[in-house]
Ligand binder design. Structure first.
Ligand SMILES: Cc1cc2nc3c(=O)[nH]c(=O)nc-3n(C[C@H](O)[C@H](O)[C@H](O)COP(=O)(O)OP(=O)(O)OC[C@H]3O[C@@H](n4cnc5c(N)ncnc54)[C@H](O)[C@@H]3O)c2cc1C
Length: 299
């Protein structure tokens, strides 16, 4: 299955979009905001929080960034109107970080301001390494006037431990994840266990400094390790949350929820579902099975 998977993953990108959509649906709430609202209501009814993501990244024109901002502002209005227990995650390149840093700052500032009016929160996702420093700078700049925002850091990057040492002193609300992009070995750990070890060391530093952490993983090893660390450090349950992606490992999700930890699900929606779904499929050990199944069952 492993070899078959790696071959099929290479072919995922050349599959027709309608085929990809058949098995990508598992990972997205739908293409419309009302789809996301429905999913969040269902999660909230089980005591699970959400973070909403309007799909899209690396836009090419400022107009596209303005359009993305408008959609995100509508999401904030909708969360408020429906009294959802949800915040918003956004990708800086979707708001123009790759085009013009000052322009992007202005776009995100508007969003953060609106969120503050609603007493809501914005999570800035972390993208690939050309944007790491720019994203941290952007976050620091926004934080001068606002406290209702947090950043993501990636355990596979060798620089992250040092970044966190500095951000800890400043007081930061984090999401800690392994990292999803393909990065060169000079800057990123490549071995599974190295990434896990770095994840646990970084988490330890965050907790020890009393910073709020979203522990974002589906890896049983890291969830078990986090449980132990949190117990050892006697961390109050209001000081952290677990975070998982919509459609991934519902059994683990239910366990964390039943164990009484705060849990937030990342719920993406939108017309631009393709790139997000491809990344999820490439992570999925069952990908070959899904693709084969959908290829044969689709008429
Ligand atoms: C809430 C959240 C937000 C994130 N935000 C970012 C971000 O801003 N920037 C960034 O670079 N990365 C982000 N990620 C992705 C993250 O970096 C990892 O790539 C991803 O979570 C997989 O790592 P893992 O820790 O779950 O471990 P893995 O070893 O990849 O997965 C552990 C196990 O979970 C299961 N699993 C994992 N993924 C899938 C899947 N797609 N389908 C089915 N089963 C699966 C498998 O059983 C696997 O063995 C985010 C992840 C989460 C949960």
């Amino acid at each position: 299955m492993g070899i078959l998977n790696s071959y099929i993953v290479k072919f995922v990108k050349i599959l027709p979009k309608f085929v990809v959509f058949v098995f990508a649906r598992k990972y997205i709430a739908g293409t419309k905001l009302e789809d996301a609202v429905r999913v969040v209501k269902e999660l909230n009814s089980k005591g699970i929080m959400a973070t909403l993501d309007v799909l899209g990244e690396a836009i090419k024109t400022k107009q596209e960034a303005v359009d993305a901002k408008k959609e995100i502002l509508t999401v904030l209005d909708t969360i408020e109107k429906n009294k959802l227990n949800a915040n918003v995650s956004l990708k800086p390149t979707q708001l123009g970080l790759g085009l013009d840093e000052d322009f992007c700052f202005g776009q995100i500032k508007e969003i953060v301001q609106k969120a503050a009016e609603y007493n809501n929160f914005i999570r800035i996702d972390m993208e690939d390494s050309p944007f790491t420093s720019k994203t941290i700078n952007l976050f620091r700049r926004l934080r001068q006037d606002h406290s209702n925002l947090g950043i993501v850091v990636q355990a596979y990057l060798k620089r992250t431990y040092q970044d966190v040492e500095k951000l800890n002193v400043e007081g930061t609300n984090y999401r800690l994840c392994k990292g999803i992009y393909v990065e060169p070995a000079e800057i990123a750990y490549k071995e599974r266990q190295q990434v896990r070890d770095n994840f646990m060391q970084i988490l330890d530093r965050m907790i020890t400094h009393g910073n709020y952490v979203g522990i974002a993983t589906h890896d049983d090893y890291l969830v078990d390790g986090s449980y132990k660390l949190l117990a050892e450090k006697k961390t109050d349950r209001t000081r952290y949350e677990f975070q998982m992606l919509y459609g991934v490992k519902d059994s683990l999700r239910n366990k964390i929820n039943e164990d009484g930890h705060r849990l937030r699900i990342y719920v993406p929606y939108g017309e631009k579902w393709y790139h997000y779904s491809i990344r999820r499929l490439q992570e999925n050990p069952q990908v070959a099975w899904y693709i084969t199944k959908s290829l044969f069952s689709f008429r």
